[in-house]
Design a protein around this ligand. Structure first.
Ligand SMILES: [Zn+2]
Length: 443
């Protein structure tokens, strides 16, 4: 990797374990699924270190390196900032309310340059990769692409980013793209289309599908939200609030909470001590909410056209994953059941009001998804869903983008290729292969 020296540790201090058949694997840095022929299941990490041992002198997420699936430390990472907001607590009516802020907010110590918690994922995924250079293939609604574009550009990691056009506005970056980082924009398409194309490209020699929620690097990177919270709070929260598209963050903090509990982290929550996950979605497009409220393990499928219309009406388009990992073993359904959680839906008006309220209180801008989470917390309290003396962790998954644009002069990333209407995937795959140097193409 790259033009900049990174610290490499070599040996992997963890194994991968299948959440379905329990088979254990040595990680090769890119493995995404268990090869045994059973129903879809997530792989999980099992670390040699059983205690929670943050590296005190490290301020970025590699502070939690003993519980990250990485073989190298990539310099420059930030981490979630966890704090108590007295004014927000008073307004919500929950004295023990904590905010995990992911984004740019230098006064509070927030240094995620692309403004969302996706940056935690990008650093961990890159830290997990094997030595051989491959082109990492990432599909994204926008925020993930911004995070990978920024981190891969800085460290010269070859990367292909596929985003629907609606997400392009989020790719406003600290620096211009490195020549080995290529951006492909799909016009008149959504996140699910980007995923389909990425899976086709990922099959080419020299390309490696990053894999989204299936990548343990992604989830354990997001787990640092819970690690940071427990360091600040001194215990696990009773409730956890987050707005979700794929709900990778929800799954990740649940896995983190289990790991922390096994290491002896105090907790006074009701159901087996694990924080209850209160996840939220846009009311206009809420596949996880719909399936959960119907009490079923499988997503309720609408027609593609109906789904696409609903996606366009959503307040927070970054939450509009049409295929979240709901039914998969140890996926969204399982973590909701295990944690005694729930899924709420939030309308655009409530989310807008919540965003303004947060800005008035804290003088920092938050992303639409974070506004949905704040609104869901307000409605849960109003409906008496929790005791007032509960401890609550609110994940503000993104913020400070406008603030950063004022402080610095970020640059709009330029696409290498625009695909006007996605026809047969083969054609698009060939166009994309042509963007990268010939020696990557063996087949
Ligand atoms: Zn298995």
């Amino acid at each position: 990797m790259g033009d900049i020296a990174v610290e490499v540790w070599g040996k992997r201090h963890y194994s991968l374990v299948c959440s379905c058949c329990s088979k254990k694997y040595a990680d090769d840095g890119v493995m995404l699924t268990c090869p045994n022929g059973h129903e879809p299941a997530l792989l999980q990490t099992e670390y040699t270190e059983k205690n929670f041992t943050p590296v005190q002198e490290d301020e970025g997420i590699f502070r939690y390196r003993h519980w990250l699936p990485v073989v190298r430390e990539i310099p420059g990472s930030g981490r979630p900032v966890v704090f108590r907001s007295e004014r927000l607590s008073r307004l919500v009516g929950i004295p023990d309310l904590w905010v995990a802020f992911n984004g740019y907010w230098p006064e509070r110590g927030g240094h995620l340059e692309t403004g969302t918690f996706k940056e935690l994922e990008a650093y961990t995924v890159l830290g997990r990769l094997p030595e051989d250079p491959v082109v990492l293939v990432v599909a994204s609604a926008g925020n993930t692409a911004a995070a990978f574009a920024s981190v891969c550009s800085r460290y010269g990691q070859p990367c292909l980013l596929i985003v629907p056009e609606v997400g392009l506005g989020r790719l406003i970056l600290p620096e211009v793209l490195h020549p080995s980082v290529r951006l492909v924009v799909l016009e008149d398409a959504d996140y699910a289309d980007a995923i389909a194309l990425s899976e086709a490209v990922g099959k080419l020699n020299g390309f490696q599908l990053e894999g989204g929620v299936r990548n343990v690097g992604r989830r354990d990177g997001l787990a640092t939200v819970m690690y940071s919270a427990v360091e600040a709070m001194g215990e696990l929260p009773d409730f956890y609030f987050q707005a979700v598209g794929s709900a990778a963050g929800g799954i990740a903090v649940h896995e983190a909470a289990k790991r922390l509990m096994a290491a002896g982290a105090p907790s006074n929550a009701s159901k087996e001590g694990l924080p209850r996950l209160f996840l939220s979605q846009n009311e206009s497009f809420a596949p996880i909410h719909r399936a959960w409220q119907a009490g079923q393990r499988f997503l309720v499928r609408g027609s593609v056209e109906d789904d696409k219309r609903a996606v366009r009406r959503a307040f927070a388009d970054e939450l509009t994953n049409r295929f979240p990992p709901y039914a998969v073993h140890s996926g969204v359904y399982d973590v909701l059941v295990e944690s005694g959680g729930d899924v709420l839906a939030v309308d655009g008006e409530s989310a807008r009001a919540a965003r303004e309220m947060f800005h008035d209180i804290e003088s920092i801008d938050i992303e639409p998804a974070s506004a949905v989470a704040v609104a869901s917390l307000l409605s849960a309290v109003r409906e008496g869903r929790m005791r007032r003396d509960s401890s609550v962790l609110l994940n503000v998954t993104g913020g400070g983008r406008a603030r950063r644009a004022r402080d610095h002069s970020p640059i709009q990333a330029e696409p290498s290729l625009r695909i006007a209407s996605l026809g047969p995937l083969e054609e698009a795959v060939n166009q994309i292969a042509g963007l990268f140097s010939v020696d990557l193409q063996i087949s």
